[in-house]
Write a protein that binds this ligand. Structure first.
Ligand SMILES: Nc1ncnc2c1ncn2[C@@H]1O[C@H](COP(=O)(O)OP(=O)(O)OP(=O)(O)O)[C@@H](O)[C@H]1O
Ligand SMILES: [Mg+2]
Length: 233
């Protein structure tokens, strides 16, 4: 079943087109990666999906709903959750408070208990301030917050950007498990190889254009593409 479908989507800041004529699909239980370097337009795509770009056009549906009919907060209510690239947790609040803030907004009593079952590390540190967490734990908390609203799709903006290779691997391991709990994932990443390795489908973004798309395994196996876009192992 098709969850998210983008057709001919473009987005601009003022008069400058940042992404052009993008097609992206995310189906049920899929992990889809959009790989691109700094400034390629990855965050812009995510912001467009979440309703945070003032100037965009094209066709964008989620579970058959025209997303352009929904304001940003209503897109979350439709079942899309967003993990921003930066500032994705409240540093001065504890782990538990970070989850409870969302619980209060979404009114899913007891959801934080379910989430702690999924993230034992966070459960252990529930009374710690978010500012005291390691980078990897912080990304776990950001993901946990996004799961609080029981989304069917999570969009993640470079969750491993600030992390060491070892911690990045931990994050990808967590991402890989999301379809098992009924959550589809759209992830944008500079760590192209690792992102594609956990994905079913992949897109390569270059200067705001999708230059290659297909099954993630095919993109990884394409040596010409790998040389151009995937960097060293
Ligand atoms: N608020 C803004 N006003 C004008 N231009 C912007 C704005 N935000 C981003 N841009 C430009 O849009 C382009 C794409 O930015 P975007 O943040 O989508 O890239 P990105 O792929 O997420 O990069 P990174 O990997 O560094 O996060 C860049 O050239 C950037 O300078
Ligand atoms: Mg970005």
């Amino acid at each position: 079943m098709t969850y998210l479908e983008l057709r001919g989507v473009s987005a601009a800041y003022q008069d400058v087109n940042i992404v052009s004529n993008i097609d992206i699909d995310v189906d049920e239980r899929e992990i889809v990666a959009v790989a691109g370097t700094n400034g390629a337009g990855k965050s812009t795509i995510i912001k467009t999906i979440m309703g945070l770009m003032p100037r965009c056009r094209g066709t964008m549906t989620f579970l058959g709903h025209n997303l352009f009919d929904y304001a940003a907060e209503d897109r979350v209510r439709l079942g899309i959750s967003y993990v921003p690239q930066v500032a994705n947790v409240f540093s001065s609040l504890t782990v538990l408070e970070n989850l409870k803030v969302v619980e209060g907004v979404r009114d899913f009593p007891g959801r934080s208990t379910e989430i702690f079952d999924l993230f034992p590390v966070l459960a252990q540190r529930r009374r710690a301030r978010a500012s005291s967490l390691s980078g990897g734990e912080r990304q776990q908390l950001a993901l946990a917050r996004a799961l609080m609203s029981k989304p069917s799709l999570i969009v993640m903006d470079e969750p491993t950007a600030a992390l060491s290779p070892a911690l990045a691997t931990q994050v990808f391991t967590m991402v890989r498990q999301l379809p098992d709990i009924g959550v589809a994932v759209l992830i944008v990443e500079q760590r192209a190889r690792q992102a594609l390795a956990v994905s079913t489908r992949g897109y390569i973004l270059d200067s705001g254009n999708i230059v290659m798309a297909g099954p993630a395994a095919d993109l990884l196996a394409d040596t010409r593409m790998a040389d151009l876009y995937l960097g060293r192992e």
